[in-house]
Write a protein that binds this ligand. Structure first.
Ligand SMILES: Clc1cnc2c(Nc3ccc(N4CCOCC4)cc3)nc(-c3cccnc3)cn12
Length: 273
């Protein structure tokens, strides 16, 4: 559509209040002057991107997110840049950041948690169908839409998995580095992270949290999964989490099976908002 070909410039927007600070710059509320369309404008400083060598990551984020269309994935409408900055034109999420909501509530009810997890599963099924792995599912990357629905934002760590044949026929010798750089993991990394997210929604902290990184690392590789006595959580919820946090990635519950799990069927709001 025409909007895709649009060459945006900063002057096309009225800039509003800062919504918050990201790692490489600020996010502002903004209004596109011709359409009066409200958007979020993420401003990234080229100097900082260069310093942290993340230009390719931003380019990948734009490439991937601009092609995804799903109610639970934040839209990326376009981008532009000037001398010093890169600007991402993003869908505005009117109810802000999910992790602040989780901090406020401490933990979510089983109905709210299941509704969020079901919508995340549907968004990830959509991504995986397009050979996109998010790889960075966590509360900080989730925003809340106008009807309270979850929006996966920040595809900074997403990758496009080449639907490669398992064995590369012929020699690898002629493959460029980016082809040989194997996407060492597959889409099941997002199932694991969704299991962590489900646990954190229900208990208020992630399952393998520890003071030292080395302890967290050990608890993850051992899958040292414990369910505290409080808050009281149904055995159906614990059963689902136990089927997602499995060391062998091929044994993790597939996302479409998650949507048929008793806990989801009995607790998720079918509107999926
Ligand atoms: Cl991208 C993108 C799209 N929409 C948002 C958004 N939306 C948003 C809405 C509402 C409220 N408020 C609601 C009333 O209470 C005060 C906060 C905050 C953010 N925030 C961020 C963001 C990013 C970094 C830090 N902090 C917020 C990024 N966004």
């Amino acid at each position: 559509p025409a909007v895709e070909k649009q060459r945006w410039v900063l002057n096309d927007f009225d800039i509003g209040k800062p919504l918050g600070r990201g790692k490489f710059g600020h996010v502002y509320l903004a209004r596109e002057k011709r359409s009066n369309h409200i958007v979020a404008l993420k401003v990234l400083f080229k100097s900082q991107l260069k310093q942290s060598q993340v230009e390719h990551q931003i380019r990948r984020e734009v490439e991937i997110q601009s092609h995804l269309r799903h109610p639970n994935i934040l839209r990326l409408y376009g981008y532009f840049y000037d001398q010093k900055r890169v600007y991402l034109i993003l869908e505005y999420a009117p109810k802000g950041e999910l992790y602040k909501e989780l901090q406020k509530c401490k933990y979510f009810s089983e109905k709210r948690a299941a509704t969020y997890i079901a919508s995340m599963a549907r968004a990830l099924i959509y991504c995986h169908g397009k050979h996109v792995i998010h790889r960075d599912i966590k509360p900080e990357n989730l925003l809340i839409g106008a009807q309270g629905e979850l929006k996966i934002a920040d595809f900074g760590w997403a990758v496009h998995t080449f639907n490669r044949r398992k064995t590369m026929c012929g020699t690898l010798d002629y493959l460029p580095p980016e082809m040989v750089e194997s996407v060492e993991h597959d889409a099941s990394v997002d199932i694991w992270s969704l299991g962590i997210l489900c646990y954190e929604f229900l208990y208020g902290f992630p399952p393998f949290e520890a003071k030292e990184h080395s302890d967290t690392y050990r608890r993850i590789v051992l899958v040292d999964l414990k369910f505290p006595p409080k808050p009281i959580v149904s055995s159906a919820a614990k059963d689902l989490i136990s089927k997602m946090l499995v060391k062998d990635s091929s044994e993790r519950l597939p996302l479409h099976k998650l949507l048929e799990h008793t806990w989801i069927v009995q607790n998720a709001d079918p509107s999926g908002l």
